[in-house]
Design a binder for this molecule. Structure first.
Ligand SMILES: Nc1ncnc2c1ncn2[C@@H]1O[C@H](COP(=O)(O)OP(=O)(O)OP(=O)(O)O)[C@@H](O)[C@H]1O
Length: 339
């Protein structure tokens, strides 16, 4: 059953007009982000990711096209309505953007003060949120006294203060070390599960998509190159932009397979990361030649591809192919370049 889109983008383009030149930052973008998604938008630097996320809350006004938030066309709202809609979309940034002269607690209270919430209620909410992000003991600390990961936790608490339906994250982990990145991603996942908040993540890091997203859009040169379930895109990247992200340069082989019975095994997450080829060799007591391999283990599931050369013997090669099929793997004969 299709869930309701919380954000829908239709035929969106954004052109920046400078004195001498125009930059087409986004061209004909169409996207549906459904309620409860952790939706990743990945692309190289300059691809248009930040512009896209800023168009979602109208921090950037699209040149053409429509942004529907919870069914409302944002371009049709008056200023007051747009302010209200924006309160339903929290945002966090790479550089945290905390107010340095305010304590952690006062930073979290800030959007509530702007929304006209009384001080006591705002403080109570800040206390709950500090607990949620695991920093109850830092209420009175100033940003300069906090680590990067702690600052991002405070920024997340602040973004959640007004009970948003969506949390927009613009490179939220790019300034953090790998361990801190993991802990922030785990917190975002927890927020998504416990509070049902839809999360949109802009990133240039594959690991962010791998660790927490269920849907992904790959943006390349101002356009959406591919969009879909993370498992589907990772197992069958179709466009060069997606292939480049999933199997980065250097991992491709330029070798040409001319021999008989070269097969490509695609791991699409439906099988666990068991040593399937080793087991097959043991079962049939005949070696196979691994010609190319690029697999990754995500959540205990295997993704990627391996190209192997099966034995010359037709009936044995046939049996081996069936063995692999039985284990839920996609197997196809290849010749030529597999990269
Ligand atoms: N305010 C602006 N005025 C003019 N050009 C802009 C403006 N903002 C972005 N651009 C241009 O639009 C293009 C897309 O930029 P954007 O910041 O959205 O990319 P990005 O994918 O987020 O890249 P990065 O990860 O490096 O931030 C770039 O060519 C950028 O120079």
């Amino acid at each position: 059953m299709e869930r309701k889109p919380i954000i829908e983008i239709r035929s969106l383009s954004k052109t920046f007009r400078g004195k001498n030149a125009e930059v087409h930052a986004l061209q004909d973008i169409n996207l549906k982000i459904e309620q409860g998604d952790i939706f990743g938008i990945i692309g190289m630097s300059g691809a248009g990711k930040s512009t896209l996320v800023r168009c979602m809350n109208m921090l950037e006004i699209p040149t053409e096209g429509t942004v529907l938030f919870d069914g409302m066309d944002l371009s049709k709202l008056n200023r007051k309505q747009l302010r209200e809609a924006r309160r339903s979309m929290g945002m966090i940034f790479q550089q945290f953007n905390l107010l340095m002269q305010r304590t952690a607690e006062a930073n979290i209270c800030f959007p509530l003060e702007i929304a006209g919430v009384d001080k006591a209620t705002a403080k109570k909410r800040a206390k709950e949120l500090l607990e949620l992000v695991g920093l109850s003991d830092k209420a009175k600390s100033y940003p300069s006294q906090l680590s990067g990961g702690q600052k991002q936790r405070i920024a997340i608490a602040r973004a959640l203060a007004t009970n948003p339906k969506v949390l927009l994250c613009d490179e939220a982990t790019s300034a953090l070390d790998p361990n801190t990145t993991s802990s922030i991603l785990a917190l975002l996942k927890d927020i998504n599960r416990r509070l049902g908040i839809t999360i949109v993540i802009i990133t240039h890091e594959m690991r962010v998509i791998e660790e927490i997203c269920n849907r992904v859009a790959i943006i390349s040169e101002s356009k959406i190159a591919e969009c879909g379930d993370v498992t589907e895109i990772f197992s069958h990247p179709k466009t060069p932009a997606a292939q480049h992200l999933v199997f980065p340069e250097g991992k491709h082989t330029t070798e040409t397979f001319t021999g008989k019975h070269a097969i490509r095994i695609v791991f699409n997450g439906s099988s666990s990361f068991e040593p399937v080829i080793a087991n097959m060799v043991l079962e049939y007591k005949s070696p196979v030649n691994i010609l190319f391999a690029d697999t990754k283990n995500m959540d205990g599931k295997a993704f990627g591809q391996i190209v192997i050369q099966l034995p010359e013997d037709e009936s044995l090669a046939d049996k081996m192919q069936r063995y692999l099929h039985m284990r839920g793997l996609t197997v196809e004969e290849v010749s030529g370049n597999v990269g």
